[in-house]
Design a protein around this ligand. Structure first.
Ligand SMILES: *Cc1c(COP(=O)(O)O)cnc(C)c1O
Length: 372
């Protein structure tokens, strides 16, 4: 599903010929740093940090915000399990909230899930669909919560003229093979906040205190991990970033064509979208699950993104008993299969219209007409 070509091969070749694979060896200013500068400009944020995965970006974001044992983090019940595992990795617990018809977290349900222990919300822009960020940021302001945008599935996407990942206090991208741009495995953290950036930088690099930039930092160094990327990833991402807007425009153009056909169907509604102008994907919502057409597969069937299948979360299983965040929680946290019924109902009667970014327009038209 990606746009990849000779330029990527050329970039990797340059890294290999230069024999400089690590970003913090032989001075700074290499491929990864150039990518981060370009990413900041593209997304409209002050700081970007490249990490080895989107999961690492989410965990580093929570660590940078100082979230830990005793804290609760609200996540949607429909997302890749990494969103829910990130709080667990820092000793906090995920609290699940329903999605609404837009397939993104329901702001009304966020309100219901807030307790005195809630510290953050992780809205997920799933399938290139933006969350209702105006409502989410208003709730965060009201309750003094931090917002970590999980834009792993929506790199480059927009919400009301702003790039996803630049609206909350921190944003997280993934560059694994399924995402809008890729370097195999990779991620990025985005923020305007100096303190969050410095703390993420420290957390992601065991040797942070030894680097050239160490003397310029104002945050004290603390124990971190190694979540760094290699220059091969940085070089690949530099090229991929140049392709991002073309890739998204191709999706938008095809989405608009499909919508122009599907919107007049009486069998279903085109799924509600929080910023229809920038839509880069399209789904169909049926009134009831019985009405779903036979040639369509509802999203509930893509099981791994549904909370009921997140085994390590549902079983509250971690690598060591004494490290269980559920023991440090301020109240008993229980997960049951029926805890988010609205999410299950919506996923049972919503079907995606998926297509590759380069599918010929004529074929999009044909496919849409078949569904209509
Ligand atoms: C892919 C993804 C992640 C994690 O990204 P990795 O790079 O695979 O670690 C997190 N959240 C969502 C919604 C994702 O789709």
């Amino acid at each position: 599903m990606h746009d990849i070509g000779l330029e990527e091969i050329e970039a990797v070749k340059q890294v290999i010929e230069g024999k400089q694979f690590m970003r913090y060896r032989g001075g700074e200013g290499g491929f990864t740093e150039q990518f981060e500068t370009a990413l900041c400009k593209k997304v409209g944020v002050k700081h970007a940090l490249t990490l080895n995965s989107g999961t690492s970006a989410l965990v580093a974001a929570l660590a940078a915000l100082g979230i830990g044992p005793g804290d609760e983090v609200i996540v949607p019940a429909y997302t890749w399990v990494a969103t829910a595992l990130a709080p667990v990795a820092v000793g906090a617990v995920p609290v699940l909230a329903e999605i609404n018809e837009t397939l993104t977290i329901d702001p009304e349900d966020i309100r219901k899930k807030i307790t005195p222990y809630t510290k953050a919300i992780i809205p997920v822009h799933i399938r290139n669909l933006p969350c209702d960020m105006d409502a989410i940021m208003a709730i965060a302001d009201e309750f003094n919560l931090k917002v970590v945008e999980d834009a792993c599935q929506a790199v480059g996407g927009m919400y009301k003229g702003k790039r996803l990942g630049s609206i909350g206090h921190v944003g997280a991208f993934s560059f694994n093979m399924y995402k809008n741009i890729t370097c195999g495995e990779g991620g990025a953290l985005l923020t305007d906040d100096n303190k969050i950036y410095e703390r993420a930088l420290i957390y992601h690099d065991t040797g942070a205190y030894t680097r050239d930039h160490a003397s310029e930092m104002s945050e004290p160094f603390f124990a971190g991990l190694n979540l760094r990327v290699s220059e091969i990833q940085g070089a690949l991402l530099g090229v991929q970033l140049k392709r991002l807007d073309g890739f998204l425009d191709a999706l938008r153009e095809r989405t608009a064509l499909a919508k122009s056909i599907l919107k007049s169907s009486s069998a279903f509604n085109v799924t509600a979208h929080n910023d229809p102008e920038s839509a880069a994907s399209i789904s169909m919502t049926f009134e009831t699950k019985e009405e779903v057409k036979e040639n369509l597969s509802p999203l509930i069937n893509s099981g791994r993104h549904v909370y009921t299948n997140w085994e390590p979360i549902m079983k509250q299983r971690v690598f060591h008993e004494k490290m269980s965040p559920y023991k440090w929680a301020n109240r008993e946290i229980k997960y049951t299969d029926d805890m988010c019924p609205k999410t299950l109902d919506i996923l049972e009667r919503t079907c995606a219209f998926d297509f590759p970014f380069d599918m010929p327009m004529e074929e999009i038209k044909q496919k849409a007409e078949e569904l209509f």
